[in-house]
Design a protein around this ligand. Structure first.
Ligand code: COA
Ligand code: AMP
Length: 645
């Protein structure tokens, strides 16, 4: 690698030399209604707490301060929805009014500071307005992705115990209308914790039935509030108070409620907009994700607005709405300078338009950088994007837990040379190490678990909602003194990080984080299933897809296809369409060690055509032969290799 003019080495070194001075300096970019007493309290929380004693408000820093500073006419939000053939623009002043009005409605509905509000909405401006309105009054939002089923929503209701739900009547998946209200009503029925109110946005594509006394019409309540000039001011909250809870997949059916605090979140995100993404106030930034995921929270909603940039919100898909040119149309039409999406979106575009014929039809002269994250960015996809778009393609690595990049290529500090397959280098705040099984750091080039030396930086999760013990067990107990990312990888001689695979039961399908353990729990509920195993197998488009192997109870002799279809439907009904669970095979037995452990990793290696060794502890090697045949019958394991000695 040739040395570059990037300021990154100096900035990272300055952080490492004095982390508290570094974050103290960065935190001056945020307006505090009460200054913090300490940048970091090492004795608070699970591993320490950031900006203790400070008070602020996220909506103030995202909205009001820009209006006060004379930037009220600057565009804050552009909503582009090819599925409804509509666009909407809101300036900072208009967005502030919308948020302050909804916040007043929420107060009138009896929602208080610190109480939880679930948001179950598609990619409409009101979803972003809802999140900021909660922030304004100090209520803690928990956004649930629209692709989850009623049971998943119910699990989240029972965990975070919201007093209210903000929802829309439907989402639009290409040409399919997904009615949210029946799912919502069913979830409330299933949940033990019943919210006292629902504020529902009726969309013209589906009219939802309202429940008397509980459901309120969004548009009517807003119109009434506006007629009365009703608005709510920003409420100061402690830097350590939660801004939101976002559930993510763990190894079991119980999702993890990742808590995001108020102060550290703002400090870190604002730093990343300028320094990692290289975005200046007034520029148009587009994160093509969904507000239901962490990327949507951080880079559709909060970071662009903290930075005074214009955020673009897209209700559509990279292909089919209406074609594989939609990304380029949006970049050209709205003068987008940087796009952030998952590699799978580019694989989908490349599949439809391999030669990139749509690209020259649009003026992409404002477009500077493409950022990819959410799953491993395969070098082929990166090379295709580089060649077709002629801009730097930046892979960066992070997790729901961290809320912002652990590793990246800091465009704002000066871009570092790109190495395909690597999300480049750790960001300030992350002292990243590769550990062996005993928790000892390994040498350059040697793979192991990627772990962050504690403390985690501002913005990363302080704990899991209501479950400190699970936080400790999941993240910090395995390697004392470190946060385990559950990702395996290595760091090369140049300090470049390579992220290879998860070390747990989490898989990544189309950039969506899913739990195979959870799918197994659901499949096991089927009356004919004796035992099962789910693995993630490589997929050209989605990165991975789930595949299930099922052993039936003795005596079940119904047609296999019938049972398989029931299992597919069961997973879709319980977890939701987002699980994208379509492949299940009935087998006579599962491959196990002599102590009864299912050999999932070996099956995955066979399915993916990787080199594999016959496990020394396998109970019966013949099972793997049977399984390979079963995989082949489903179009998998087409390149399966014989075991190596
Ligand atoms: N509400 C309801 N259903 C949803 C949904 C939502 N918000 N999002 C997805 N689904 C459904 C899909 O319609 C699909 O249903 P189907 O089985 O009936 O076809 C199913 O969930 C699986 O969705 P997905 O895995 O996304 O497949 P897809 O074929 O619909 O789209 C891509 C594939 C690659 C185009 C799409 O996943 C994509 O654009 N991904 C990149 C961006 C991204 O979302 N990244 C995530 C975090 S950065
Ligand atoms: P999520 O919490 O949904 O953002 O998913 C986080 C997980 O996605 C990480 O733990 C990784 O396994 C994977 N991931 C995200 N970004 C990358 C990347 N750039 N390279 C490799 N894996 C990634």
């Amino acid at each position: 690698m040739t040395p570059s003019a990037s300021r990154y080495p100096a900035v990272y070194a300055a952080w490492k030399a004095d982390p508290l001075a570094f974050w103290d300096q960065v935190a001056r970019d945020i307006e505090w209604s009460r200054p913090y007493d300490k940048v970091f309290d090492p004795y608070g929380g699970q591993y320490g707490r950031w900006f203790v004693g400070g008070e602020s408000n996220t909506a103030w820093n995202c909205l009001d301060r820009h209006v006060r500073d004379g930037n009220g006419d600057r565009m804050a939000l552009i909503h582009d929805s090819p599925v409804t053939k509509s666009q909407r623009w809101l300036t900072y002043r208009e967005l502030t009014t919308e948020v302050a009005t909804l916040a007043a409605v929420l107060l009138e509905m009896g929602i208080n500071k610190g109480e939880r509000v679930v948001i179950y909405m598609p990619m409409v401006p009101e979803a972003l307005i809802a999140m900021l309105a909660c922030a304004r009054i100090g209520a803690v939002h928990s956004v649930v992705f629209g692709g989850f089923a009623a049971t998943e929503l119910a699990t989240r209701l029972d965990d975070c115990r919201p007093v209210a739900i903000l929802a829309a009547s439907c989402g639009i998946e290409g040409t399919r209308i997904v009615e949210y209200k029946p799912l919502l009503d069913r979830a409330i029925e299933l949940a033990t914790c019943k919210p006292h109110s629902v504020l529902l946005l009726q969309r013209p594509q589906a009219q939802a039935t309202m429940v008397d006394g509980r459901d309120h019409d969004w548009s009517r309540r807003i119109a009434e509030a506006k007629a009365r000039n009703l608005t709510a001011d920003c409420v100061p909250v402690a830097a350590t108070d939660p801004l939101y809870i976002l559930y993510t997949s763990g190894t079991t059916g119980q999702p993890k409620g990742v808590v995001r605090d108020t102060g550290g979140h703002m400090v870190a995100l604002k730093w990343t907009m300028a320094n990692h993404y290289g975005i200046q106030p007034g520029e148009v930034f587009w994160a093509a994700s969904d507000v239901g995921w962490v990327v949507g929270h951080s880079y559709i909603v909060y970071a662009p607005l903290l930075a005074g940039a214009t955020t673009l919100m897209f209700e559509g898909k990279p292909v089919g709405t209406p074609d594989a040119g939609v990304f380029w149309r949006i970049i050209a039409e709205h003068k987008v300078v940087a796009l952030f999406t998952a590699p799978t979106a580019f694989r989908a575009i490349k599949k439809e338009d391999p030669t990139g014929e749509f690209i020259p039809k649009y003026d992409l002269s404002n477009f500077r950088t493409l950022f990819l994250a959410g799953e491993r960015a395969d070098p082929e996809t990166i090379k295709w994007a580089e060649a077709k778009l002629n801009v730097p393609v930046i892979d960066h690595w992070w997790q729901t837990e961290t809320g912002w990049p652990i590793c990246g290529n800091p465009v704002g500090l000066g871009i570092l040379p790109v190495k395909h397959g690597s999300p480049t280098v750790p960001m300030p705040g992350y002292d990243l190490r590769v550990l062996d099984e005993r928790g000892m750091p390994v040498a350059a080039g040697i793979p192991g678990t990627l772990a962050v030396k504690l403390p985690l930086p501002p913005g990363a999760l302080p704990t899991l909602w209501g479950n400190d013990a699970r936080f400790r067990k999941s993240y910090v107990e395995e390697f004392p003194g470190y946060y385990s990312t559950s990702d395996a990888g290595f760091i090369d001689q140049d300090g470049y990080v390579f992220v290879m695979a998860r070390t747990d039961d989490v898989i990544n399908v189309a950039g969506h984080r899913l739990s195979t353990g959870q799918m197994e729990e659901v499949i096991a509920q089927h009356k004919d299933v004796a035992e099962c195993a789910v693995i993630g197998v490589a997929d050209d488009l989605k990165g991975q897809n789930a595949a299930g192997m099922v052993v039936l109870n003795n005596g079940v002799n119904r047609p296999a296809a019938e049972i398989e279809a029931e299992i597919v439907k069961l997973v879709r009904d319980v977890i939701g369409p987002v699980a994208a669970f379509k492949t299940v095979m009935i087998v006579k037995r599962l491959p196990k060690t002599r102590s009864g452990k299912i050999l999932r990793a070996t099956v995955r290696q066979i399915a993916d055509g990787e080199a594999w060794k016959m496990p020394a502890t396998i109970d019966d090697p013949a099972v793997l032969v049977e399984l390979t045949e079963a995989l082949k019958s489903k179009g998998l394991a087409t390149n399966a290799k014989a075991p190596v000695d």
